[in-house]
Design a protein around this ligand. Structure first.
Ligand SMILES: NC(=O)c1ccc[n+]([C@@H]2O[C@H](COP(=O)([O-])OP(=O)(O)OC[C@H]3O[C@@H](n4cnc5c(N)ncnc54)[C@H](OP(=O)(O)O)[C@@H]3O)[C@@H](O)[C@H]2O)c1
Length: 320
């Protein structure tokens, strides 16, 4: 963890279960909020929430035709790799949501560096970064190492920043099972928590629109971590369909991904993710969602209930 950023739970008395009131609500900030990634899933949810709350907003997108149609927002075209465009899109005093990019290795770090340098040059007021649990140089998971390196760049940049760290996306749980409802992963009995995108958006919006979140790291996870076998059991209990876990070896998994034509960085990320899982790196559960929002995070069963139609055996059932 970087020296000047500390985890919320270690630095302040928890606000566990406390509901917001006019008296205890932190000061609302009415500054321009810049949102990256709004053509994607997390950034899209963040932009929608901010629009619903009536905030001033500028969307930085790569393709303006794909920007979400929201009333009264500015749209600027800016790729993370284009400093001139970023200089137009980022301005003094802005509060900025920076989505992490889904690529691997040096390419990702170069693009993240380019964005952070532009934010520092523009003298933005705050940057909220979407990171990953246990990010840092000693992480086994290659993406967690890259998130750690990005957080280090943020510390060195001088820009006040907040890290929203997620685990594997809970709304991607359907993808852990094949069309027969079997999770064939090299996970053994290792446990992992998940992160639900709508809850990540909740926390990102709070961090962008209220004071006092600078210099904090929030771990936004489900209230429990589970093994693959337990995940299959929860999915079966919730849906009434038969999901199960069949352990596979690293070699089988790599063969499967290679056959799908995945790039080298994705193979490295996948392989190190299973090593990290087995080493306990994803077995992290936090109350930070509750502390920041005053609400309880959804359980894994709740998330699967919400997305039951997307589970692979749901289509089998509807075609019977
Ligand atoms: N925790 C997990 O399980 C997990 C899994 C996958 C990814 N992630 C990370 O979480 C991030 C957000 O997730 P998500 O579901 O919202 O991803 P997503 O739906 O793929 O959205 C990614 C966004 O990043 C934008 N983007 C990509 N390259 C860019 C560039 N060079 N310059 C500017 N914008 C660029 C995309 O714009 P376009 O629409 O123009 O492409 C899109 O809006 C991912 O990018 C990845 O870093 C985490």
């Amino acid at each position: 963890m970087s020296a000047d950023v500390h985890e919320y739970s270690r630095s302040k008395p928890p606000r566990r279960g406390r509901q917001r009131t006019a008296c205890n609500a932190p000061k609302r900030l009415d500054l321009m909020i810049v949102v990256t990634g709004s053509t994607g899933r997390v950034g899209g949810l963040v932009a929608q929430r901010l629009a619903q709350e009536g905030h001033l907003m500028r969307l930085l997108v790569r393709d303006p035709h794909r920007a979400p149609r929201l009333q009264g927002v500015e749209v600027e075209v800016a790729d993370y790799g284009n400093p001139e465009a970023l200089a137009k899109g980022l301005r003094n005093g802005d509060r900025v949501f920076m989505v992490s990019l889904w690529i691997g290795g040096e390419t990702r770090l170069d693009l993240h560096r380019s964005f952070i340098e532009a934010a520092a040059k523009a003298d933005v007021a705050q940057l909220v970064y979407l990171s990953f649990i246990n990010a840092g140089p000693t992480a086994i998971f290659s993406h967690a190492q890259e998130h750690g390196a990005t957080e280090k760049m943020l510390s060195a940049s001088g820009v006040p920043w907040t890290s929203i760290r997620n685990s594997m996306y809970a709304d991607d749980i359907p993808g852990w099972f094949d069309p027969d409802g079997v999770a064939r992963e090299p996970g053994d009995d290792a446990r992992m928590s998940f992160s639900y995108r709508p809850e990540l958006a909740d926390v990102i919006v709070v961090a962008l629109t209220e004071s006092g979140h600078e210099g904090r790291i929030y771990n936004i996870t489900t209230p429990e971590s589970v093994s693959m076998r337990e995940l299959a059991q929860i999915a079966s209990d919730v849906t009434g369909d038969a999901y199960r876990y069949e352990p596979s070896s690293d070699g089988e998994w790599i063969q499967r991904w290679e056959a799908q034509g995945r790039p080298d960085w994705a193979l490295e990320a996948g392989q190190t993710s299973y090593e990290a899982l087995r080493a306990g790196e994803f077995d992290l559960v936090s109350n930070d969602y509750n502390r920041v929002t005053g609400r309880k995070a959804a359980t894994i069963a709740r998330v699967i209930t919400n997305i039951a139609d997307e589970m692979p055996l749901a289509s089998t059932r509807s075609s019977l």
